[in-house]
Design a protein around this ligand. Structure first.
Ligand code: ARG
Length: 584
């Protein structure tokens, strides 16, 4: 089925070509929703943007487009307004037929992508022996949503956890642990991740202050790199311990991801250096092997170097990402690689991409995208901290969200005089608490910093998970109350009479456009906004139009609108990683 908006766009494009010739093939008709329903549903602004090129008045151009437009099966007669807007209003008949088709479709009118692309989503990616922090939480939540959306469209997605599991820090950590807590280097369960983080800090301090320790640490790195048994074992134990901790968070958030840490690329690092050398891109700079970057200058105005091999012979974060690009394009055959990290790494990725490009390591059709996001801040606008000033642990953050959701729920249960089981309370609080944290993150434009507020994210009103979940529950309540089996309504007609029904219907028909947009632009907040408006439009419809009390055939038609709204919410929320509830 051609989506409603694609259909409009296509018709306008055909009209442009028949009016002005094949040069205009593929021209964007600049279709936007009208800001006032009295002008119709959509307006095409292309006449204005073509005026210069066609050397004519926009109104004349608009007239010519309309004369060539075959659209009467889907729209009322187009109106030209103002300087040359073409106003379009859907025919109710057309909307009814479209909606019926969406209703009958398990994918709710969202087509699968052609071609399906092999896509890597590199997300979450915390560091071993360090705490997973809120930045990683953001990457995890956004990455999961992007992966789900792409998978739903039929892309072949490989979700990769590029954990920081390699580097000189392991030398000092292992050396320190051997002194203070040797069992931590042999037995995975013997040390808590929180302690590891503490040990890491102590190790760093000793490294900076104590020369003998420094030498020992360096030796440990060499041992590790050369694969010496006990160093290797100690490193594995640390990774194992961190991995278990990370997994607890992933389980709570329902995250699916495959670990492929930096160490995976170790065997490929030498080749990065060799090949960059033979390409003539590598130069020596103060003992290090570097590529001088184009468009990045240091404070003296000289080209900035990207260090590929340090003066001590070690490789770094950028070298690993260069090796990963090659491995992912060649071995994994990725057509699109998406990296989800905080905006602070924008330069890192721009530089790595540039070097890979200049080395011709990025095949023509491959797209590398960095998906940056802003910082998570406390309600005071500063870095998120606990009351006593420590960094917030993810576990406690999720715990608190659930505890607060539970408190709200219990209050509601008491107010409404309901009797609910402990199981019910636990399920609902968990779903609402975790869902609220995810939704709060996803509903922000990811590029801005976002203020973490339990009160806001758990509010029943506004652009929040509870509001969305509640709209879904409302529909389930209708089916319970009326003894309706939604799956049995399928053959009836959908009849759109009331303004609120029409508004809801038109919005329901935009799901496909939104999902495709999210997959293309990688902004999950677009989907959140869509679902928020859907809930609002549904609530307006439900406040204005009786459903169970209505007469047939209106009653069944309205039940179908309710059902389709619920199915759309369920699908949309599932792409955000949020499961719906039957009751709450
Ligand atoms: N481990 C890194 C960090 O915590 C994120 C890794 C992102 N992925 C990548 N391919 N560089 O900042």
């Amino acid at each position: 089925m051609l989506s409603t908006l694609d259909d409009l766009k296509h018709r306008l494009q055909t009209a442009l070509v028949s009016a002005f010739g094949p040069e205009l093939e593929g021209t964007d008709p600049v279709l936007v929703p009208t800001n006032n329903p009295k002008f119709g549903d959509y307006q095409a602004n292309v006449a204005m943007s073509l005026a210069k090129q066609l050397k004519d008045k926009p109104r004349a151009i608009a007239t010519k487009i309309v004369e060539n437009l075959t659209i009467d099966d889907i729209c009322e007669a187009p109106q030209i307004a103002g300087p040359g807007f073409i106003n379009l209003k859907f025919k109710t008949d057309y909307l009814q037929t479209q909606l019926k088709a969406v209703y009958a479709d398990d994918r709710l009118g969202v087509p699968t992508a052609a071609p399906a692309l092999r896509t890597i989503v590199d997300f979450s990616s915390p560091n071993i022996a360090k705490e997973m922090h809120v930045g990683h939480l953001r990457s995890t939540i956004i990455g999961e949503c992007i992966a789900r959306t792409l998978e739903f469209l039929g892309h072949d997605v490989l979700r990769l956890n590029h954990v920081g599991d390699w580097g000189t820090q392991f030398g000092m950590l292992i050396t320190h642990l051997r002194d203070v807590c040797p069992e931590a280097t042999t037995e995975a369960s013997s040390v808590d991740i929180g302690d590891l983080v503490e040990f890491y800090k102590q190790a760093k301090k000793r490294f900076d202050e104590d020369d003998a320790f420094k030498t020992q640490s360096r030796e440990a790195v060499v041992d590790l790199q050369s694969g010496k048994e006990d160093a290797r074992r100690a490193w594995q134990v640390l990774c194992e311990q961190s991995r278990k901790e990370f997994q607890k968070i992933y389980d709570r958030l329902d995250i699916t991801i495959q670990e492929r840490g930096e160490s995976f690329y170790n065997p490929l690092l030498d080749n990065v250096v060799t090949d960059l050398t033979s390409l003539g891109l590598l130069e020596e700079d103060q003992g290090a092997q570097v590529v001088f970057l184009e468009g990045f200058t240091n404070k003296d105005g000289n080209p900035q170097p990207l260090i590929v091999r340090k003066s001590d012979g070690g490789f770094n974060y950028a070298t690993t990402d260069l090796a990963a690009i090659r491995q992912r394009t060649i071995d994994e055959k990725a057509a699109r690689i998406i990296y989800i990290t905080d905006a602070g790494q924008a330069n890192h990725f721009a530089q790595v991409f540039q070097v890979a490009n200049r080395a011709n390591w990025i095949p023509e059709a491959v797209e590398l995208v960095h998906v940056p996001f802003g910082l998570v801040k406390g309600e005071d606008g500063k870095k998120l901290k606990t009351r006593s000033g420590e960094t917030v642990k993810l576990k406690s953050l999720l715990d608190e969200a659930v505890i607060r959701a539970e408190k709200d729920l219990k209050q509601r249960i008491t107010d409404e005089n309901r009797d609910e089981s402990a199981d019910f309370i636990q399920n609902v609080s968990t779903a609402v608490g975790i869902g609220a944290v995810k939704y709060a993150d996803l509903s922000q434009n990811r590029t801005s910093d976002y203020i973490f507020s339990f009160d806001k994210m758990l509010a029943l009103q506004g652009n929040t998970a509870p509001y969305m979940l509640y709209a879904y529950v409302r529909v389930q309540g209708i089916s319970r109350k009326g003894g309706i089996d939604f799956s049995q309504l399928g053959d009836a007609a959908i009849l759109l009479g009331d303004e609120a029904e029409l508004n809801l219907a038109k919005h329901l028909l935009e799901l496909d456009t939104v999902v495709v947009e999210v997959a293309r632009d990688l902004f999950p907040n677009r989907l959140c906004q869509y679902l928020f408006e859907l809930s609002q439009k549904f609530n307006q419809f439900y406040d204005r139009c009786s459903v169970l009390q209505a007469d047939e055939p209106q009653r069944t038609s309205r039940l179908m609108l309710c059902d389709l709204t619920a199915r759309t919410l369920k699908l949309g929320l599932s792409l955000l990683g949020i499961p719906v509830l039957g009751r709450m």
